[in-house]
Each structure stands twice: as structure tokens, then as C-alpha cells.
Design a protein. Structure first.
Ligand code: ZN
Length: 103
């Protein structure tokens, strides 16, 4: 099963909420879902994603200040899987230039 929440960070692999969370009865407070989806199963987790997508995205951009993008799966009606992409609210980030530009 694929990830239903994905946090894209510039310096690490994407962080995900996936079946190891929503199909897992044990608490996972460190999951990117904040434990919201733990153990409730795929269907309910996606329903919760749809309902709380804005709150989830806002919370993740607070928790992961360098995150660039958050993808949240909001419907899963075969064969369609709709994902909402939220982008960092901080707008354009400075780019590291190689070599540094002459000033
Ligand atoms: Zn989770």
C-alpha cells in the first residue's frame, strides 16, 4: 500500500504515513500524521485526510520547517487516487549558488 501522507524535505528522504501506521494498532506519535491515522485502516485514514487536509498540512509545515511540499491522499476510488499537494507557505526559498555569484 502506498503512502497517504508524504512530506518532502530538501535534505532527507520523504517522510510518509503508510500502512505501517494506519494498519498498525500500536501508537505511532512520531508519524507525519501525528498519530491521527494510526490503526484506523486505509479507508478511514483517507477520509480523515480529506476532512483535515488543511490542518494536517499546516501542522506539518510547522513541525518540519524546511519541508517544501506535503502530499495528502484525499480520495481512493479505484482506479483513481487523488492527492492534494500543499506547498511551503514561506514562498520562494534562497538558492545555494555554486559558485557564489560575484557581488
Ligand atoms: Zn501515520
Amino acid at each position: 500500500m502506498p503512502a497517504i501522507i508524504t512530506v518532502f524535505n530538501p535534505a532527507t528522504d520523504p517522510l510518509t504515513c503508510r500502512e505501517t501506521c494506519y494498519d498498525n494498532p500500536r501508537p505511532r506519535p512520531h508519524c507525519v500524521c501525528g498519530g491521527r491515522n494510526t490503526g484506523i485502516g486505509l479507508d478511514k485514514a483517507i477520509q480523515s485526510n480529506q476532512k483535515y487536509q488543511k490542518e494536517i498540512a499546516e501542522d506539518l509545515f510547522k513541525r518540519f520547517v524546511y519541508a517544501l511540499r506535503v502530499d495528502i491522499v484525499v480520495t481512493d476510488t479505484e482506479p483513481l487516487r487523488n492527492t492534494m499537494s500543499y506547498f511551503s507557505p514561506k514562498g520562494l526559498r534562497p538558492k545555494l549558488c555554486h559558485p557564489a555569484p560575484d557581488l
